[in-house]
Design a protein around this ligand. Sequence first.
Ligand code: HEM
Length: 202
Amino acid sequence: MGTAVSARRYSLVAIVLHWASALGVLALIGIGLTMAHAGLTPMRQFQLYQWHKSVGITVLGLTVLRFAWRLFHKPPAHPAAMPVRERRAASAAHGFLYLLLVGLPLTGWAVVSLSPFNIPTVLYGLVSWPHLPLAALVPDQALAEAIFKRVHAYGAWLLIALLVLHVAAALRHHFILRDDVLRRMMPMRGSRSVSEPLGSSR
Ligand code: HEM
């Protein structure tokens, strides 16, 4: 009977969900900043809002799938040489990233649902998406909309800062520490890491 070991690499499903989310989030940041600040014509702005809402709800769906997958599939362990404080920092950063990947779509959805213009959301021009039933719950709809807008925008900047950290940490692991942390999230084969006992997992 062999000792239980954690996987060396992320599963293909986890890898696909990770990179699809990354692509979606980058698109959302680009579209979001452009539609909110570039002084577009109302028609162009409307189109970008529809794209933003469609990709944003998709990222919410991907995040729910990631949570579900993670419930049953343990991620690979941290490298054995990684100091405890770095393990904690990595787990905290990943926790915040997940929080924002849920919080940003929900606050964006709340903004749209509270807007006095009551603009329907039709995902990718195909699927009609409902508003959250918030209007009946808040005493001051305009104030609630303004608060959610503020939280959504600040949350987006926090996400951008965390993404910079996340990418910098991945590059440090790859080019300076020369371990497997980035490679095991890549879709190709060829991990050089040694499996570690389940107990040392994050
Ligand atoms: C991970 C998901 C998301 C990210 C990273 C994101 C990012 C952004 C960014 C960067 C902005 C510009 C903020 C500013 O500087 O004013 C923005 C604005 C906005 N987003 Fe999102 N967004 C996400 C999801 C969503 C979703 C799902 C919806 C709606 C269903 C949505 C609706 C909006 C709206 C209505 C605005 C404009 C708010 C305003 O007028 O100030 N977002 N978003």
